[in-house]
Design a protein around this ligand. Structure first.
Ligand code: FE
Length: 181
């Protein structure tokens, strides 16, 4: 190995620790697939089709989540299925019925919009929303979305910064999914 090659290798190695940090701070583009995460123990099939999960007795903390489902080539995934489930304001999942569970289909531009509440905390997890996303005829992406700046994010074993929704203000989140399409 020439000393010039060695110097180059050492310079490249010095950069390695910063690369993951760069990857995480970059906004998600449609070139990168959305990361998959575990469904956890509370997924239930056959959720009702609806774009609002708000209950008549919902107290506080409304959340409107919207965005686009697209392919890695940035093509909108028209008609993609999005199936959301989450804890209620008190951090409880409804495992008997379908409170805070619902599916919908993205429009022709791949757009979706969900009305719900801010999920409560439950032991061991930072607040999150579960979702399964599937372009027609393609594989299901199962993942979870997180809230920027939440104090418990750093101590959550599943939290990833690239799965944070963008929030211009409290109660309005945006997330674009990049899936097989
Ligand atoms: Fe959960």
């Amino acid at each position: 190995m020439t000393s010039r090659t060695r110097r180059r290798l050492m310079a490249a190695a010095a950069l390695l620790p910063v690369l993951p940090a760069l990857a995480q701070s970059r906004p998600l583009t449609c070139g990168e697939r959305t990361a998959a995460q575990t469904a956890g123990p509370f997924f239930k099939p056959d959720s009702p089709r609806r774009t609002t999960l708000l209950e008549p007795d919902a107290k506080t903390g409304k959340l409107v989540l919207s965005g686009t489902v697209m392919s890695a080539q940035c093509r909108p995934a028209a008609g993609a299925l999005l199936d959301f489930w989450q804890a209620d304001e008190g951090g409880r999942y409804d495992n008997q019925g379908f409170r805070y569970r619902g599916h919908q289909f993205a429009d022709a531009q791949g757009r979706y919009r969900l009305e719900t509440v801010l999920p409560g905390e439950y032991p061991g997890r930072t607040p999150h929303i579960h979702v399964r996303v599937q372009a027609p005829g393609e594989r299901v992406l199962t993942t979870q979305l997180y809230f920027p700046g939440h104090a418990r994010n750093g101590r959550d074993f599943l939290y990833r910064p690239d799965l944070e929704m963008r929030m211009a203000q409290r109660g309005e989140g945006e997330f674009d999914f990049v899936v097989e399409a």
